[in-house]
Design a protein around this ligand. Sequence first.
Ligand SMILES: Nc1ncnc2c1ncn2[C@@H]1O[C@H](COP(=O)(O)OP(=O)(O)OP(=O)(O)O)[C@@H](O)[C@H]1O
Ligand SMILES: [Mg+2]
Length: 139
Amino acid sequence: MGEGVRVEQESKVRVETEADIVLARQQGRAIARDLGFTLGNATLIATAISELARNIVQYATRGEVILKRIENGSQKGLVVIARDEGPGINDVRRAMEDGFSTSGRLGLGLPGVRRLMDEFNIHSEVGKGTTVTASMWKS
Ligand SMILES: Nc1ncnc2c1ncn2[C@@H]1O[C@H](COP(=O)(O)OP(=O)(O)OP(=O)(O)O)[C@@H](O)[C@H]1O
Ligand SMILES: [Mg+2]
């Protein structure tokens, strides 16, 4: 995010169960719609949230998803911060490749989120946890 980006509002969902994943997804879609995102883009944001929340449950047991409105001049957007204090990722570069999975899954979650969103950042430390930050600006 560049300079002059203002944070307006925040919503936090603790993520530990399947129901939490659904809740985070629904909250994301609702906030995105409230911000004026199209139904299509709100659905993309919701999809990104559920991939990140699912990774938290699957690999880190628990964590949280934070949703914040952001503003940069006349631009409005939404940032999704998914963070956990789980095992972290050994090789983040590989984890971002299509088809890389340590659990025999499709390995499309993280690279998919990067493609869906306008901005994407991942920070992970083995033994400390993982934080993914992804935002979308309203077109
Ligand atoms: N929060 C996390 N904590 C620890 N490791 C993670 C986390 N998120 C992702 N990973 C690691 O990164 C790999 C790639 O994640 P990604 O979501 O792209 O694929 P996947 O979860 O394996 O499969 P898919 O999401 O397609 O079902 C995972 O297999 C896992 O090893
Ligand atoms: Mg995944």
